[in-house]
Design a protein around this ligand. Structure first.
Ligand SMILES: CC(C)(COP(=O)(O)OP(=O)(O)OC[C@H]1O[C@@H](n2cnc3c(N)ncnc32)[C@H](O)[C@@H]1OP(=O)(O)O)[C@@H](O)C(=O)NCCC(=O)NCCS
Length: 118
């Protein structure tokens, strides 16, 4: 397991993200990709999905020790089985493994960054 670069975790209050989305029009545009917005808007408890993606981006920033990254450059998609998959714009030599969970009040994300093995 010596190819692990770093780990990161984050917890976000669902309500805080709901407020940011509803009261700050630029927040959605600044933080989420169109794919993420479409995915979350298609869900019953959409703010939980928005909140967990915010947590995921923060967890990835910690795992990779990124500086001055745009949150929108970190994109979360879901595989056909629902498993989340992260991509970072310009990121070539590493992979990020994600685990997400959310409830009515909180969303948590855990990220592990590993060196890409060719
Ligand atoms: C996938 C599963 C583990 C999600 O767990 P959950 O408690 O419903 O929901 P959580 O809030 O903890 O997790 C949701 C997140 O899990 C992630 N997820 C979904 N499917 C996944 C999978 N196959 N592998 C890894 N992560 C997955 C997603 O990121 C999702 O959030 P998102 O939709 O916003 O991206 C669950 O639905 C499941 O399939 N369990 C299998 C066992 C089962 O079917 N139990 C029910 C009968 S007893």
């Amino acid at each position: 397991m010596n190819n692990i670069i770093g780990v990161g975790t984050d917890i976000v209050e669902t309500e805080r993200v709901r407020e940011l989305i509803e009261k700050t029009p630029k927040f959605l545009e600044r933080v989420y990709t169109k794919t993420e917005v479409d995915y979350c808007n298609g869900k019953k408890n959409k703010y939980q999905h928005f909140a967990v993606r915010f947590a995921a981006k923060e967890a990835i920033i910690k795992a990779l020790n990124l500086k001055e990254v745009a949150l929108k450059d970190i994109a979360i998609k879901n595989m056909s089985d629902g498993k989340p998959l992260a991509t970072i714009k310009g990121g070539k030599n590493f992979e990020v493994h994600l685990s997400l969970s959310h409830s009515k009040d909180y969303a948590v994300a855990y990220a592990i960054a590993t060196k890409k093995i060719n």
